[in-house]
Design a protein around this ligand. Sequence first.
Ligand code: ADP
Ligand code: MG
Length: 191
Amino acid sequence: MTKFKFDIILYGGPGSGKGTQAGLLLKQLKAVTLNMGAELRKTAKMKTSIGREVAKYIDAGKIAPLKVSHKIVRNFFKKVPATQRIVFDGYPRTMAQVKLLDTLLKKHNREVLFIYLKLPMSVAKARLKKRAEIEGRHDDTDPAAIQNRIDVFNRQSKNIIRHYKNNQQLIVIDGVGSVAAVHKRIMRAIS
Ligand code: ADP
Ligand code: MG
């Protein structure tokens, strides 16, 4: 599988299992990951004006300013060798980000598959509740922040999914079931 030639975007609502599945794919494909949420949380911890600004967005469950996420993606691309596959986790989340990412992928001669982890929001919410207990992520414990993230997903997802469908890059995966079962579905779909 080291010759796997596609990058992968893991897409889905909050709690859909992107981070979990990204971890498994990294091992299988010897890929590197860009976890935009984690990068933004790092930025938010910086005691700078940008850090404080980003913290506000994260705590509210809102999309951070495009200039910030764009800088993170650009810097990430600079570090990744051409032969190294990338798994995008939590990026892109808006059509503006989709366009930026398309441009960067093209510039770097990379091809991407878009994996949509599809599952009922009720199942995802139950998982988020558990994750809040385990990881204590601030934005997982605030119901308003969770609802904002769900709203963002509901607002953006149709256009984003349609975009990748039109480009014949869309793979829909049933996200209900055990971690291993979902991983198996993904591997079967991309092999
Ligand atoms: P996302 O990155 O999409 O927000 P995560 O990968 O962090 O989602 O998963 C959210 C929570 O659900 C985590 O606590 C994780 O352990 C759990 N989880 C992920 N996939 C599954 C699954 N298939 N079945 C049950 N729980 C899962
Ligand atoms: Mg995540």
